[in-house]
Ligand binder design. Structure first.
Ligand code: AMP
Length: 194
């Protein structure tokens, strides 16, 4: 059992790789983006509060996402947790360290999916087009304008976590531009060593 963070900009492939780990290893994916979108559609007070932020591509408050993660950690995960899209700020990273310590859990690796911006723009356009073609809902934040905001947020608030975890010797960088299976194999190698 291992607990890992998947770090990387929007559309780096975090969600896809997390889903594969859920299927192959019985890990539990904690995606704050999914939780926030669910809160939005379920019409909760918190969902109403965050709706506009989600659509703008900005970050919701640290308190909200830390609260969501704290709640999920209570439930435990025999196969380990995958933190997907969390932490996104240094405050969230510190809060996660404290929460894990409270549950006597350790963080085994922080896996950064390294991709380039041009590819991300193309990936997001493809994600939106694929969803539309299949009659699936298109994420409102998968537009070029909102992607730009999300990328800015990433570089301003989240990219500093790369240095933070590197200094803690927990960072593993993987080429996120490789084929999906190659990325999965590289992640599996990290997990097998953990
Ligand atoms: P994602 O599905 O990870 O791309 O997240 C979608 C949106 O949810 C982001 O653009 C943010 O508005 C919000 N969000 C998700 N995770 C976080 C987080 N850890 N901190 C702040 N906002 C978040």
């Amino acid at each position: 059992m291992a607990n890992i963070i998947l770090l990387g900009p929007p559309a780096a492939g975090k969600g896809t790789q997390a889903q594969r780990l859920v299927d192959s290893r019985g890990m539990v994916q904690l995606s704050t983006g999914d939780m926030l979108r669910a809160a939005k559609t379920s019409g909760t007070e918190m969902g109403r509060q965050v709706a506009a932020v989600l659509e703008s591509g900005g970050l919701v408050t640290d308190e909200i996402v830390i609260g969501l993660i704290a709640e999920k950690l209570q439930q435990g995960a025999a196969g380990g947790f995958i933190f997907d899209g969390f932490p996104r700020t240094l405050r969230q990273a510190d809060a996660l360290a404290a929460l894990l310590a409270n549950h006597s859990l350790q963080l085994d690796a922080v896996i950064e999916l390294v991709v380039d911006d041009t590819a991300l723009v193309a990936r997001v356009a493809k994600r939106a087009a694929d969803a539309q073609a299949q009659g699936l809902p298109v994420r409102k934040d998968d537009t070029p304008e909102v992607l730009e905001v999300r990328l800015r947020e990433y570089y301003k608030n989240t990219a500093p976590l790369i240095g933070y975890y590197w200094a803690k010797q927990q960072l593993v960088q993987i080429d996120g531009m490789a084929e999906m299976d190659t990325v999965s194999a590289a992640i599996a190698k990290v997990l097998d060593k953990a």
